[in-house]
Ligand binder design. Sequence first.
Ligand code: C5P
Length: 231
Amino acid sequence: MGRDVIIACDFSDAGTTLEFLSRFGERKPFVKIGMELYYSAGPDIVKKIKDLGCRIFLDLKLHDIPNTVKKTAAVLSRLDVDMTNLHAAGGSVMMSAAAEEIKSSGAKTKLIAVTQLTSTSEVALRDELLISASMEETVAAYARLAMKSGLDGVVCSPLEAGKVHAVCSPEFLTVTPGVRFDEESRGDQTRIATPARARELGSDYIVVGRPITASPDPVAAYERCMREFVD
Ligand code: C5P
């Protein structure tokens, strides 16, 4: 896997998603299927997008007791997606159970952990989640725990990618949402960076939703991300 742009296809039905992807013609973008689309369209949409030749990040952010997550990982491994994830906040026992399940299934799926959502601010971390460590320390500690639990990488902000590589390893994947072309369009994201800045900061993958999906010209917005982040 190399540096790439992942489009967050946050649509609520299969028809809209497939129509959106048809605009990309011969390009085969790496696609993120999140909760909204998966809960509405089910495993069928995974198969349909795979059949288009796109790679898939199935972003379901599992977070439950270890036994439930392990059994869910077994079911998801049959979909043979390129990447899927869980919340590091579920702890090391939960993460190892899922990692072992995926490895023993023979699937090539990379398992990554959400450290802290990119919509969470330092203030919310302290006042709502009652975590007194800084965001950077928290993300680094969760990333280390994920690595020790046998995971392949983490979801974090581009702002934290360098720190994660430093405390884990350069090969430990950093998959980074919270990407915006400019400050005005941050929306509900708080820890953001441009594609070019994410590249400088060492992100391996940027996950880009609304800057592409809500653009009047999604293909041009995707090409801009590719130019600034990959080329
Ligand atoms: O539209 P936008 O670019 O903000 O989309 C970002 C995508 O990344 C969304 O699908 C969101 O669920 C996901 N995500 C995130 N922050 C995380 C993990 C996933 O924004 N920490």
